[in-house]
Write a protein of this length. Structure first.
Ligand code: GDP
Length: 294
């Protein structure tokens, strides 16, 4: 993950090798290379510029006679800036209300259904009683997929295959949860291949009706700049609480992880790193920055 970006950043820092101190002149090349590395990794241009301007300003403002070398100093500053860019601290999922409702939104193929199963398993391991709800009224296969995942992780699945009203299905699921002492209801929704009005209306209707404690936007990190644009479109309409980045195990260049927080101002809460139900992790900006810098 992020191998190319890590290599390019490492190369950028090499420019400062053997330099006794940071100057306007010797830092300029490094900053330019960091910016290029970020843009090559699909980081939004404006974000890459802002971040590298901040790194440069901090580097020039540091006392040059410290014990650490200019290269090490720049790595430290870059690490701090990337951590801040990704939100600084880790933010946990909000569980609130009885039942607590978690609405899962995103495009088709982003990994919503897989993530719903993973989240159910994750919350079950915390000792919570969870109900999965299938609200993809367009793809019967999505209902079956969720049932299979529910069985796999030992979580009850609520579905009404004949019902084409997502709000009614979800409302019935909440009643079912109350009767059966499920404390968390995860609502998996329909997605389209691209942002469209009908999908947005439906998910917005679900959010208005269910008043979820969490609305999580799931996005495929491999889609780079598109991931950021889709996040913006969903956030403008839904005002979601958090982001889930999927397929971080793939050949992603990292741009989505690095840009989304700054562009939509919502925390990345989870990452998904594979097809298995265990491949779910909370997102820690500092750990991700350290991994990128190698
Ligand atoms: P949905 O249409 O948004 O519900 O997407 P799915 O959950 O059906 O996922 C689409 C495809 O991506 C499936 O083949 C999943 O197995 C796969 N997938 C989901 N999450 C991940 C992940 O984190 N890593 C990898 N490699 N594949 C994933």
């Amino acid at each position: 993950m992020f191998d190319n970006l890590s290599l390019k950043l490492d190369k950028a820092f090499q420019n400062l090798k053997g330099q006794g101190r940071i100057t306007e002149i010797n830092v300029a090349t490094t900053i330019k290379e960091i910016r290029k590395a970020l843009i090559d990794a699909d980081v939004n241009y404006k974000v890459a510029k802002e971040v590298t301007d901040e790194i440069k300003e901090k580097a020039l403002g540091e006392d040059v006679l410290t014990a650490i070398s200019p290269g090490q100093l720049l790595i430290k500053i870059t690490n701090d800036e990337l951590t801040a860019l990704m939100g600084g601290k880790s933010e946990d999922i909000v569980i609130e209300g009885n039942p607590s409702i978690i609405l899962i939104a995103g495009l088709q193929g982003s990994g919503k259904t897989t993530f719903s199963g993973k989240l159910a398993s994750y919350l079950k391991k915390q000792g919570r009683s969870v109900l999965l709800t299938a609200c993809d009224i367009y793809r019967p296969a999505a209902i079956d997929q969720l049932k299979v995942l529910g069985e796999q992780v030992g979580v009850d699945v609520y579905a009404e295959p004949e019902n084409k009203d997502a709000v009614k299905i979800a409302s019935a699921a909440i009643e079912y949860a109350k009767k059966n002492n499920h404390r968390v209801v995860i609502v998996d929704t329909a997605g389209r291949l691209a942002v469209d009005e009908e999908m947005m209306n439906e998910i917005a209707r679900l959010k208005d009706a269910l008043k979820p404690a969490e609305t999580l936007f799931v996005v495929d990190s491999m889609t780079g700049q598109d991931a950021v644009n889709t996040a913006k479109a969903f956030n403008d309409r839904l005002n979601f609480n958090g982001v889930v980045l999927t397929k971080l195990d793939g050949d992603t260049r990292g741009g989505a992880a690095l840009s989304i927080r700054r562009v939509v101002d919502k925390p990345i809460k989870f990452v998904s790193t594979g097809e298995k139900m265990e491949a779910i992790d909370r997102f820690y900006p500092d750990r991700m920055a350290s991994r990128i810098l190698g």
